[in-house]
Ligand binder design. Structure first.
Ligand code: PDD
Length: 291
């Protein structure tokens, strides 16, 4: 059986087999979901946009008032060792930091003497098969009932989990989150819309995770002269779109061709999305070659 998590994993300063990695059941990640995470894609054993992922990790840690247990050099060394020891060329590196384990359960922060828990591991990067990409995926819309700090990449993901499961139960790949009539993002992705050749992107607010892939897409649009408008997208604009895509570190750029059972545009992946996917692949390959 192909393992999903490579050995060794990283836990609190040590590299050890997953089977030997243990944390206290009093860990606040377990008790409260009190922690943060990142997921860094790795292509040909090179981490993609690692600096940006580590910057977002720091921003999330600042947002929940938790000191970073490692500096950029420290995290980079962890990531490089995990990549080197994993059996796959393309990987996804998961990083997590929680507020550690006190000797009791109390909502307020533990004393400063309680160290955070830092955990990281490599898995194989699971990308979308070409035959699925060719037809696109189906999505549903759901009410966005998350909290007001969705810009923070925290591990307490229950609202996202329930939304995503609603999509899975409906035979769909993603749930698009609508708040007060406006599209915010997907349960685990950012969402873009195309109308009359113009790429529309929701703005970065506290109701959307600032995706690393989202930034790459905006950069590629600017670089290739793709007309782009950043602004709130009403649910009606979403339903009238020619194209809808989801983006994330693992999905890259993936067309949503059915929304709530109705075709998006003509029901097939559109030309703007196809171009963006190709630009994304070219960009990735260029970056990976440069190192
Ligand atoms: N999720 N929005 C949400 C709510 C997400 O969970 C993600 C990614 C994104 C896209 O971010 P990025 O482009 O940086 O991957 C947007 C990751 C992949 C996850 O939870 O596994």
């Amino acid at each position: 059986m192909t393992p999903y998590v490579a050995d060794p994993v990283y836990l609190n300063g040590r590299f050890l087999p997953l089977a030997e990695a243990g944390i206290s059941p009093l860990d606040r990640g377990f008790l409260y979901g009190d922690g943060v995470y990142e997921l860094v894609p790795v292509y040909s054993r090179r981490p993609f946009r690692l600096a940006e992922h580590l910057t977002r990790l720091q921003a999330t840690l600042d947002g929940i008032r938790l000191a970073n247990p490692l500096d950029v050099a420290g995290w980079t060394a962890v990531v490089e060792r995990l990549i080197a020891e994993a059996p796959w060329a393309d990987q996804s590196i998961y990083l997590q930091v929680t507020r550690g384990a006190d000797n009791k359960r109390d909502h307020a922060f533990p004393p400063a003497s309680v160290p955070p828990t830092a955990f990281a591991f490599s898995s194989p990067l699971v990308t979308t098969p070409a035959d699925i990409r060719a037809v696109g995926v189906a999505a549903i819309t759901v009410a966005d009932d998350r909290w007001a700090h969705c810009n923070l990449k925290v591990i307490s993901l229950l609202a996202n989990i329930l939304a995503r499961q609603q999509a899975v139960d409906a035979g769909c790949a993603e749930a698009l989150l609508i708040r007060d009539g406006y599209l915010k993002e997907g349960a685990a992705s950012n969402i873009f819309v195309v109308k009359d050749g113009v790429l529309l992107a929701p703005p970065k607010t506290s109701f959307m995770l600032p995706g690393i892939t989202y930034d790459v897409v905006l950069e590629l649009a600017a670089c290739h002269g793709q007309p782009l408008k950043i602004g709130e997208i009403h649910e009606n604009e979403l339903r009238a779109a020619d194209e809808v895509w989801m983006t994330s570190s693992t999905k890259e750029v993936l067309a949503i061709t059915t929304l709530d059972g109705a075709p998006v545009g003509n029901g097939t992946p559109g030309p703007v999305g196809e171009r963006m996917w190709q630009w994304y692949q070219d960009f990735k390959n260029t970056v990976m070659r440069k190192g």
